[in-house]
Design a binder for this molecule. Structure first.
Ligand code: GDP
Length: 139
């Protein structure tokens, strides 16, 4: 069944001019973009988005990085959207990501790893609602 996931093209990707290349890869993999916007995450928004990682040692750095420059947030749709995007992204650490994945190609460190993708259908719904109202989404 077609379902949805949320991606963030992270600040390092936008800074380096890699947004176009990354979104092309996503479309080529069969995703439909059902909503997209370029935003600067406020510190408070980044804190709220990554609240699940509050207790992790890298939380402060992660929040600072995500608020360090503009990002693109997009709601994506296709069959098995969550799993397919995670596969296309590759492992969290670009050094460990499979060859040909977005993180292997565009990520520069375990933190500045080019792209976010929801990790479950339930989180995808929560994350899409974090950035988009239903009226902003069109298949
Ligand atoms: P993801 O689902 O693959 O994005 O990974 P996680 O949910 O575990 O982590 C969320 C984000 O935190 C990652 O995408 C990285 O940007 C960052 N991150 C994860 N692990 C580390 C780490 O060990 N050190 C630092 N500095 N950042 C990390």
């Amino acid at each position: 069944m077609a379902n949805r996931t949320l991606t963030i093209i992270k600040p390092d990707s936008v800074r380096k001019g890699n947004f176009g290349k990354i979104i092309t890869r996503i479309e080529a993999d069969g995703f439909t973009i059902v909503g997209i916007k370029k935003i600067g995450l406020a510190q408070k928004q980044a804190e709220a988005f990554y609240a699940v990682h509050r207790e992790r040692p890298f939380y402060r750095d992660l929040v600072k990085y995500m608020a360090s420059g503009p990002v693109y947030v997009a709601a994506l749709q296709r069959e098995d959207a969550v799993t397919r995007l995670r596969k296309l992204m590759g492992a969290t650490d670009p050094k460990k990501a499979d060859k040909g994945t977005i993180r292997a190609e565009f990520g520069e460190s375990i933190e500045q790893n080019a792209i976010h993708g929801s990790d479950s259908d339930d989180n995808a719904k929560i994350e899409i609602a974090f950035f988009f109202s239903e009226s902003e989404l069109t298949a």
